[in-house]
Every structure is written in structure tokens, then in C-alpha cells.
Design a protein around this ligand. Sequence first.
Ligand SMILES: Cc1ncc(COP(=O)(O)O)c(C=O)c1O
Length: 380
Amino acid sequence: MRDLASLRAEFALAPGLLYMNHAAVAPWPRRAADAACRFAQENAATGAAHYPRWLETEQRLRQRLARLINAAPDDVALLKNTSEGLSTVAFGLSWGPGDSVVGVASDFPSNRVVWEALAEYGVGFRGVEVNGVADPESALMAACDASTRLLAVSWVHYVTGLTLDLERLGEFCRQRDILFCVDAIQGLGALPIDVRACRVDFLAADGHKWLLGPEGIAVFYCRPEVRDRLRLRQIGWHSLEHPGDYDRPAWSLATSARRFECGSPNLLGIHALEASLSLLEEIGADWIAGRVRGNTRRLREACRSLPRVEVRGPEEPGRWSGIVSLRVADRDSARLVSRLAAAGILCASRGGGVRLSPHFYFQDNEIERCLNALCVLIAE
Ligand SMILES: Cc1ncc(COP(=O)(O)O)c(C=O)c1O
């Protein structure tokens, strides 16, 4: 299913609304909204009578997420959000004074503060700047030394859209016995990823951006070989090997990544996200990435020719994602964003610039409409 008009029809966006804000919180496709409505109606009519069927949907979601990142379903946990996944790693590993974590200095707060908070265990966080640097992977690798236990990066930078070469970083980490943790929220659903090829130890991503799902339901991947290195800071019935066997006095943790799931699952979110992922899977990750990067190319090229506009982020197409950030000289970005919103174009102000983030289903004429609106605002 790759006909753009029918893909566009998968979304019930309000007429005239250009949604260029998938890097913030995405709109759901119709099928996700329908799944959530059906789930709500079923709850209202029959309570949890169909719980076994709901659990089948949960299993399907786990399988879809596993396929999306090339992992086994048993290596995937369904957590609340990216931050919870990163915290599971940070506070699950055992640290010693003098250990260090290397990461991105200008990363989204969740992927900085969680490592900085380890200072109380004597762990140092080394933040490396990756934007505007010729070889960001080399800069990150150069910051690692014998004290470095973990490299924690965002796959795609939330302001500039810079995409890091995870394969290169993962290989470096594995060779030096450094754990590799990836915040994938700004890439997953827009670009393909293979956690095995990239030698990722831990990956976390919430569903509400490029995965087109709701907030509060996230994927957490943990490489099985390092699973036992994460001490659990929260445990409940759902973390156990026999979760439904409430009368069993002796218990053990689930051998699978389900051990990271403490209690009752977010089945409402699971139903919606499962439906969103069915759409992404039908279309295919490579085709989606082609469209997403095509949008980025068009926006970057056109914005560069506008007067007083600085297009931020990487020049090399291989480093592009779905995010395009720009600054207009002498213009307040937050004001530009609200003027665009008044014209029916939703985007965000981040890092002092205007961040545009359209997804695969954008039509060329919609990109043109955004560019025209920008031209008008800049000319004022
Ligand atoms: C790179 C990055 N990490 C994490 C988050 C937030 O994650 P969550 O709300 O799922 O914890 C964001 C949100 O913008 C982000 O851009």
C-alpha cells in the first residue's frame, strides 16, 4: 500500500491542518483511534470479559516492536515511556566511584539528567557536543576512556535531527566492553534500525512520536546477555515468571524482558499502538524512510533559498531524519511558531529555532503550503 493519497486518508486530521510536529506528539492514524474506541466500548459493555483476547493484542504489539528493531519478542518490554526505560538502565546497573558515562551534551533532558543523577554514586557524566561537528561519532568515542562503562546517545537529535551512526558506535562499544544505550524516540517509526547489527544493549522509545501511537506506552529493548546486569528497582506480579499464578508462594523473575514490567499493562495504549504499528509495517520501514528524508530534502533546499534563514542540522543526507530546524535572523522563533499555528501549520519551537517534523504521509503540495507560509512571514 504505497499510494500517497490512500496513505493520507489513513489520517483524519482536521481539514486545512498541516501537522508538522511528529517530533513532539503525533496524531494517531484512524485505525489507532478506532482500536481505542472499540477497546473503550468493550470495557463499558463487558468489562474485562475479553481479557485473553486483549493479551493477544499485547503479544502482537510485542512481536511488531521486535520485528521493527530486529529483536526477539522476549527481549522487548512494554514500559510507560522513554524516560522510564533510561532510568531502568541507569538505576539498574551497579556503579562504582570513578565510573563514567559518555553522552550528548545537548541531548533531550531525559537522556542527560538520568546520567547526571548518578553523581551520588560517584559516576561522572561526560557530555559531548555532536552538532556542528565534522565527525560526531569520533568525538563521542574520543571522550570514552578506561573509566567509561556506558555510552548513552539519542539516535536522532531532538533539535537538529542529526542522526548518529549507531553501527559505528556499537562496534566501538562492544570492542571495549562499554555498554551501549540508545534513546530511539526521534527515529523509531521514521527510519529503519537493527539493534543486533548496531550492537545495542539497551533501547528505549515511547510510542507518541514517529510511531504514531499514544503517550504512555513505550518499547524497552534489553539485550538478553546483559539482562541480569540490570537490578530491578520495581517489582510486581507482572515481573514474575508465572504472573497469573497468584497462589504460588515461591517466585522468580521472568526470564524474558517482561521482568521490567511491574504491574498491569496499559492495555488501552497497547491497543492503539498495535494498530499504529500495523500501518507502519504494511507500508515498510525503508519506504517510510525514503519519504521522510524526501520531505527533509525538499524543506532544507527550499528554506536555504529563503532570505535570512539559517537551516540547522547536518548537511549530509545520510545524517538526515524527519526533523528540520531553522532560525530566521531578527525573528523570534516562538512567535513564528505561533504565527504558523494561526495559519493552520503546527510545528514547535526548540533550541531557539523553528522545528518542522512532517511524517511520511505528507503530500508535496502540503510541504509547498508550509514553505509559502514561511515566505510570507519572513517577508513581513
Ligand atoms: C530525544 C528524546 N528523548 C526522550 C523524550 C521524552 O521521552 P518520554 O516522554 O517518552 O520519556 C523526548 C521528547 O521529546 C526526546 O526528544
